[in-house]
Design a protein around this ligand. Structure first.
Ligand code: FPP
Length: 240
């Protein structure tokens, strides 16, 4: 995540940004197919865009960002595509580890990443360990992640501990994302209007933004337009 040059649209109020933004990066495959390219080049372009957008989120001063990288349902894809995604993620973590550290960015993971290929598990463990004391920004990668799976794990953990859960905050502590606040704002690219098993517990009061733009083409400017839209919402959390 190299330092970005910050251009801020004048309608964007930097004092009212979400604390935690989460993104469902959809449309890599269609972006590639439209250009006559193999799907994995779409994921590669998606990774390049992820780097741009993470840098921009960081530069804007947002503290937490979650990116849906690989779902518990994505194992249904062809093995070649799965391997391609894992290699892209591994290379990204290896290449950018020092930069994360330099920028004070902590990397955490939601999902059972121990089931991923050993080289990727090693890269993930390495970056988690390296950045664990960073506190300027937290990047949460959802890998081998499913919201239902996460809730089931938490329920089983509660049963194991043998004591009833008395409130939602206590339950949140048993989730992968226990150290992160719930996402204030969730963006999904590519025109699909669904949640796809993402952060089901945490999204109780999230604001949503759907755009037709495919993920590799989702720009810093569009992120700012989405944030301007977020700032027009009146969040009531059940009150009037
Ligand atoms: C959804 O597009 C995207 C994915 C399942 C993979 C996301 C992975 C990356 C962007 C790679 C880089 C990530 C990191 C963390 C380095 P799709 O394939 O479902 O697109 P489609 O709906 O058009 O087929």
């Amino acid at each position: 995540m190299p330092a970005g040059k910050l251009h801020v649209l004048k309608q964007l109020d930097l004092s009212r940004l979400p604390t935690h933004i989460a993104i469902i990066m959809d449309g890599n495959g269609r972006w590639a197919t439209k250009r006559g390219l193999p799907r994995n080049l779409g994921h590669k372009a998606g990774c390049e865009n992820l780097k741009r957008i993470i840098t921009h989120i960081y530069d804007l001063g947002i503290k937490y960002a979650t990116f849906f990288t690989f779902s518990t349902e994505n194992w249904k894809r062809p093995q070649e595509e799965i391997d391609g995604i894992f290699n892209i993620v591994r290379d990204y973590l290896d290449e950018d580890a020092e930069e994360f550290l330099r920028r004070g960015a902590k990397v955490v993971v939601s999902g059972d990443y121990t089931r991923l290929p050993p080289d990727l598990v090693k890269s993930i463990n390495n970056i988690i360990e390296k950045t664990k004391d960073c506190d300027r920004f937290t990047l949460n990668l959802a890998i081998n992640y499913g919201g239902r799976d996460e809730i089931l794990r938490a329920v089983n953990e509660a049963i194991k501990q043998g004591k009833p859960i008395s409130n939602p905050a206590e339950f949140s502590k048993l989730l992968y994302s226990s150290d992160l606040p719930d996402p204030d704002f969730i963006i999904r690219t590519s025109g699909e209007m669904r949640v796809s098993n993402f952060m089901l517990w945490q999204m109780a009061y999230s604001e949503f933004y759907f755009t037709k733009t495919y993920w590799p083409a989702f720009s810093e400017r569009e992120l700012q337009l989405a944030l301007i839209d977020f700032q027009k919402r009146k969040r009531r959390f059940g009150s009037i």
